[in-house]
Design a protein around this ligand. Sequence first.
Ligand SMILES: CCCCCCCCCC/C=C/CC(=O)SCCNC(=O)CCNC(=O)[C@H](O)C(C)(C)COP(=O)(O)OP(=O)(O)OC[C@H]1O[C@@H](n2cnc3c(N)ncnc32)[C@H](O)[C@@H]1OP(=O)(O)O
Length: 301
Amino acid sequence: MALTVGLRPLTRALLRPWARVPGAALGRPAAGSGDGVRCFGSPRVLVEPDPAAVGVAVMKMRNPPVNSLSLEFLTELLISLEKLENDKTFRGIIITSDCPGIFSAGLDLLEMYGRDPAHCAEYWKAVQELWLRVYLSNLVVIGAINGISPAGGCLLSLSCDYRVLANNPKYAIGLNETLLGIIAPFWFKDVLVNTIGHRAAERALQLGFLFPPSDALQVGIVDQVVPEDQVQSTARSVMAQWLAIPDHARQLTKNLVRKPTADRLLQQRDADIQNFVRFISRDSIQKSLHVYLEKLKQKKG
Ligand SMILES: CCCCCCCCCC/C=C/CC(=O)SCCNC(=O)CCNC(=O)[C@H](O)C(C)(C)COP(=O)(O)OP(=O)(O)OC[C@H]1O[C@@H](n2cnc3c(N)ncnc32)[C@H](O)[C@@H]1OP(=O)(O)O
């Protein structure tokens, strides 16, 4: 089935592979700063230079209640990342959440449930683009994971160069797609295998494990677990260590390590979109999503 993807103008501009964001984007000098410090805020993505670390930006996700990755939110994240990538003042980003207790609930189920194929295709393209942008970023990307991080939230974390998780038993992390009756696509799987190894990934993916912090550290899905009030300071210390390496050497090495994984998707992006649309449009999958969404509602009582 050939798929015609009707993209809206903003998304179309953004989602071309490695597109440059048009001039009217969101970058602007920080309020009241005459010093050239830049701030790339948007309604759902707060980006500020770290006052305690030169060349580091802190990106806070603020899409309440659960930072689900809706199309609009993905688009704002992409714009902010693109702006940071192009601003030579920055060498590193710390990605964290502004929603208490939640890093990200992952992909927005409402973008995949009851939607037409063109919408699903547009959505999946944005998901692919965010992953590629974070995974291959020239910047040092540190995840300061201050909340639960299932599925797409876990993928975002796994795409960082280093993950610091807050030590709270509620802050589980993992690719739990099978629990929803869906499957993690091959590139989610590849990133997990690269991180925790084949056997551990095989079990985790099939059983939809959401690892609490101690298990997450043991299996290697995160690099460090620290008390909740030390997540930011730890991320900052780790950033200093990564920034001590000359950029060109670190960037080339990162590319060497990550490009083969990214290339697997880049070589078949359209096919991956078509697979996603076919899969998600199945009646059985839509029913599974319906059941899962109802469970989330009922949980509230
Ligand atoms: C062969 C072909 C192969 C092709 C491959 C295609 C494969 C398709 C792959 C698709 C991949 C998907 C990856 C994903 O990311 S799926 C999303 C997975 N996310 C989850 O499972 C998390 C679900 N949410 C929760 O568990 C909880 O909400 C929470 C994060 C633990 C927070 O709990 P809390 O009690 O604080 O909050 P509520 O549960 O009350 O939620 C508040 C409202 O938010 C809504 N919500 C929650 N999560 C999502 C979500 N991911 N998307 C959309 N909406 C979400 C929830 O329903 C509440 O809404 P309400 O207030 O209106 O009731």
